[in-house]
Design a protein around this ligand. Structure first.
Ligand code: ADE
Length: 230
């Protein structure tokens, strides 16, 4: 079993990269794919860059060229709703690409026209493993539910309340939904685990800088614990 690990930013791979037993690194599409072991399991870990296109390209390369069996995306996200605060964890059960809009054709927001779903479901076993890992790897609150993805850094109350009323998600980020889309097309099990760095509201970019390292530590610890139980 080989696990593909995708993060968006350098900061998000730091801990995992340090603890990995690396065999080699290969470059594709300007991305470094680090091949080796983490927690005794075979992994390919990669920084995909920010946004849906980078994440989609990266996921397809992991599947087609590195033959990964499962994909995990860890990192940070903006929280949706007043109860979710920086440091909390959101384990995705499902993901929607909130910036897809073909409503002129009668499609719902988020629905890519002619695709069989707009709501990509994470693998149930991986969700259970992630929930268990959260119980032991962090003291922060864990939420399980929908994550929203789009090529937008959300930092605006109006946008946030639109997202909430339209989709009812727990967190917003910029990669998970497209990783889910690619895994769905390839029938590869996947999971997205995000730690909250900001509330996607006014000032989100400042909170993001302040809390990102705590959030990265959280999600890296959860990943390692999860892999120990795999
Ligand atoms: N990642 C972390 N915070 C985010 C936000 N507010 N919007 C989109 N992606 C994020």
């Amino acid at each position: 079993m080989t696990l593909g690990i995708i993060v968006a930013m350098t900061e998000e791979l730091e801990i995992i990269h340090q603890e990995m037993k690396k065999e080699k690194t290969e470059v594709r599409a300007n991305m470094e794919f680090h091949i080796g072991e983490l927690s005794g399991k075979r992994v390919v870990a990669v920084i995909c860059g920010i946004g849906k296109v980078n994440a989609a390209v990266c996921t397809q390369i992991l599947i087609s060229e590195f033959n990964v069996d499962k994909v995990v995306n860890v990192g940070i996200a903006g929280g949706i709703g007043k109860d979710i605060v920086p440091g909390d964890i959101v384990v995705a059960e499902n993901l929607v690409q909130h910036d897809v809009d073909a409503t002129s054709f009668g499609d719902e927001y988020g629905q890519v026209p002619r695709l069989d779903t707009f709501d990509f479901k994470c693998d149930k076993e991986l969700v259970e493993l992630a929930k268990k890992a959260c119980e032991s790897a962090t003291n922060h609150k864990t939420y399980v539910g929908r994550i929203l993805t789009g090529d937008q850094f959300i930092a605006c109350p109006d946008k946030l309340s639109w997202l909430d009323s339209q989709f009812g998600g727990l967190a917003c980020e910029m990669e998970g939904g497209s990783i889910a889309h690619v895994c769905h097309l390839n029938k590869i099990p996947f999971i997205v685990i995000r730690s909250i760095s900001d509330n996607a509201n006014t000032g989100a970019h400042m909170d993001f800088e302040k809390f990102k390292y705590i959030a990265v530590e959280n999600s890296s610890n959860i990943l390692k614990t999860m892999m120990n139980n795999m």
